[in-house]
Ligand binder design. Structure first.
Ligand code: AMP
Ligand code: ZN
Length: 457
């Protein structure tokens, strides 16, 4: 069996990956807060840990891996959006989850085994809070429940900070009912039209961190293999999850391997709305980037390094994928090349794996290129948005030739209305036509729609 090695943030070393139960390898990844479209940075953990999921399925068997990624559907940002728009919360979260699925599907990300919504686990969160209070790790005060960080000596170990350093460095919310400024909220009161559930502490709603502890316990048990997310979640979110889970289930150890992806930037700068370089995944798909191109660019940088999204990289990725798709057309995918599996097994060296794909392509090893790319979720037939622009089929070429001939006839007959209609029709269908001395040349633009072309006949 291929030996996988992973860089474990908890120990700051690359370790052999030994699952607790190879018949059921378990991974939890913190998912999105659902109030808006996922941006390009949000896609990074999705693509990176989807690739890990694929590798685990390859090594341990597809039926032996359980992958959980949650939806945070209770959060003050969602409440704010509901207040601004006057829409019910459930409408907003349902719509956003639909968008998320469509956008991440377009990137070739497999759906996780379970995608729990936080609001379906309120009872489990309340029960966990009660356990933490009973064990002396949490206390109720003024309708809140707070975790007592001084009761957990390991608090800060994941991120390598002491509680006193954190207090000095962090913007902590000081509140009169907190015993220590670092104590964090497990439950808070809800008033007015804020969403709320009955609890032993009055009507209220969970703090953010408790949902992942409650859902991972329910779906994966007290101890599981991998916990992952963006590096921005390491502190305080993951630190707090560890405190909650380890104190509620002493001796379990919670997650064994902690993986964190670094942040994504755009053209060397932090992505931000004020800089005008903020993109959602949907923005790029609508601009005509196939999801596969976005995936390829994301995988070309190791997850532990900051990744710089540039238009130049996307162009290059598109050219490479076009070439490879042409090369593998009609080839029956073989098992992945050992070199590609080895690169991925080495702490998910996706850049190394892509270098190997280039080598297979240059050797003309079509079957192995197709089979190996599939392990990275690339060159798969079902990847949306790309098939239409990968290359026209014969019917489309015939149709375009017919329409170009009709346009030439219309021009010759000085029927300019007909000629203009055809010109506009090509543009609307996504066919770029260039008139050259040698005649009309055409290419299919992203978003090409053959049905619109048929309407022109
Ligand atoms: P959120 O919806 O803000 O909780 O984020 C969902 C996921 O996206 C988390 O795993 C974050 O760590 C990750 N994330 C957010 N911004 C970026 C970014 N710029 N680069 C990479 N990952 C990010
Ligand atoms: Zn989480």
């Amino acid at each position: 069996m291929t030996g996988i090695r992973l860089f474990n943030t908890r120990t700051r070393t690359k370790e052999d990956f030994v699952p607790i139960d190879p018949a059921n390898v378990r991974m939890y990844v913190c998912g999105p807060t659902v109030y808006d479209r996922a941006h390009l940075g949000n896609a990074r953990p999705v693509v990176v840990f989807d690739t890990l999921f694929r590798l685990l399925r390859h090594v341990f068997g597809a039926g032996h891996v359980t992958y959980v990624r949650n939806f945070t559907d209770v959060d003050d940002k969602i409440n704010d959006k509901a207040a601004q728009t006057g829409r019910p919360i459930r409408d907003i979260t349902d719509e956003t989850i639909g968008w998320y699925h469509a956008d991440m599907d377009a990137l070739g990300a497999l759906r996780p085994t379970h995608e729990p919504r936080a609001t379906d686990y309120i009872a489990q969160m309340i029960a966990m809070n009660e356990t933490l209070i009973q064990r002396g790790h949490a206390y109720a005060a003024e309708g809140h429940v707070l975790f007592d960080v001084r009761s957990f000596p390991d608090y800060g170990r994941l991120s390598g900070r002491s509680v006193d350093d954190m207090i000095a460095g962090a913007r902590v919310e000081v509140a009169p009912f907190k015993r220590d400024p670092m104590d964090f909220v497990l439950w808070k009161p809800s008033t007015g039209d804020q969403p709320g559930w009955d609890s032993p502490w009055g009507k209220g709603r969970p703090g953010w961190h408790i949902e992942c502890s409650a859902m991972s316990f329910d779906l994966l048990g007290p101890a599981f293999d991998i916990h992952a997310g963006g590096i921005d979640l390491q502190f305080p979110h993951h630190e707090n999850e560890i405190a909650q889970s380890c104190c509620a289930h002493p001796g379990s150890g919670f997650a064994r391997y902690w993986l964190h992806n670094e942040m994504l930037q755009v053209e060397g700068k932090k992505m931000s709305k004020s800089l005008g370089n903020f993109f959602t995944v949907r923005d790029l798909l609508d601009q005509g980037y196939p999801g596969e191109v976005i995936r390829f660019v994301q995988l070309s940088t190791h997850y532990s390094r900051p990744m710089d999204w540039t238009a130049a990289k996307a162009e290059q990725a598109e050219a490479t994928l076009r070439k490879w798709r042409g090369l593998i057309a009609g080839a029956e995918p073989s098992v992945p090349a050992a070199s590609v599996v080895a690169a991925l097994a080495d702490d998910l060296n996706t850049a190394g794996a892509i270098a190997e794909l280039h080598r297979l392509a240059s050797e003309g090893d079509r079957a192995r290129l197709a089979g190996s790319a599939a392990l990275l979720g690339l060159l798969e037939p079902e990847l949306g948005g790309w098939a239409e622009i990968a290359g026209p089929d014969a019917d489309v070429s015939d149709l375009i030739a017919q329409l170009l001939a009709a346009r030439a006839e219309a021009r010759a007959a000085k029927d300019f209305a007909r000629a203009d209609k055809l010109r506009d029709g090509f543009a609307a269908a996504g066919v770029a036509v260039k008139d050259t001395a040698a005649g009309a040349e055409w290419t299919l633009a992203p978003g090409f729609d053959a049905d619109k072309l048929k309407g022109l006949l």
